[in-house]
Ligand binder design. Sequence first.
Ligand code: PLP
Length: 414
Amino acid sequence: MNAQATPSDTLDVQRVRADFPLLARTVHGKPLVYFDNANTSQKPRQVIEAVDRHYREHNANVSRAVHLLGEEATAAYEGARDALARFIHAPSRNELVLTSGTTQSANLVAYSFALPRLKPGDAILTTTMEHHANIVPWQIVAARAGATVKAAPITESGELIVEKFVELLTPEVKLACVGHVSNVLGTVNPVRELAKECRRRGIPLFVDGSQAVPHRPVDVQALGCDFYALTGHKMLAPTGTGALWARKEHLDAMPPFFGGGEMIREVKFSGTSFAEPPHRFEAGTPNIAGFAGVSAAIDYYEALGFDAVRAHERALLDHATARLREIPGLRIFGEAKEKEPVISFLVEGAQATDLATLLDIEGVAVRSGHHCAHPLMQFYGVAATLRASLAFYNTHEEVDAFVAALLKARALLR
Ligand code: PLP
């Protein structure tokens, strides 16, 4: 893929695949079928080369040096802030805090925004389908403040019951939290509608965008939320990169969470004053090379265009869903009307882990387990599911190979 290419609504999948070196490898002597993209995506050579180039040509620390390398490293790091602001349509680059991922972004909001506002008897609202990163940080700070965490219910088909979510937005709720897209069910939540309801009641809304940004264009201003967290490694970028977008008025009011270098204005033993946001929240040396990769990942998405990505992923999801539905005894978890290409399922009479192990022998990488969503597993009354999560570089042939491997594995377990 040429980064200068004009986006179109069709995807040349073979050309795209040629950009992802890892997709060409074999696993246990079989061609790799990588369907664990919701866990982490593979990386195109453009991202790998950006990281490599950083260490070969520009490596230095950010902001602490006046020498040329320091300026180049700072430009790479700050360039990622610009790219991320563009990618999610943030009104200002200064509203983007660069983090190590969604987990850090959520914890920053929990400790720096929620905790100082919580009183005994208050609550944080989340939903039954969330990843632990959108539950546990809220529980930790709620427990410290004598507050509670409530969860809005979902339907059997894996959709948020919006009326219940709205009913639960009672005056003691000081923060509402929702995933834009579920990592287990693929469900796309109606963030714009939820944000409107939250705003009407003066309740800030935190959105976990980890599973949305790899698949759909995001405009935080159109969504109308207060916070939007994302993680780089699920959207082609290196691990240990991510961001938190927050409205300026929130960032201005938030005390620092981590203390150290880079986040201060002046340090005295009589008292320290802090830098303005976003630097106030970026203590210590960041993952500079990783953020050089973030810019390259965003360039890659922009060159492809989300129209093409979405059209291909939609076709893949439809094909995979139809093929899996042909298998007797296979149950799909998550059949929302609006879904991203994630399919969780179980096969009657077979353990998820056994199937995943046998699939691996056939070269097919899927995830089995609770997917960091214990409450969702409890809702469905299961300990684990298998999850096939697709990306734009996957093919219909890979879906067929996965289904063939699944049928073979099931036969072995009978
Ligand atoms: N939220 C969702 C929906 C996720 O799928 C994940 C990762 O699996 C996370 C949060 C946590 O992301 P990270 O581990 O990159 O911080």
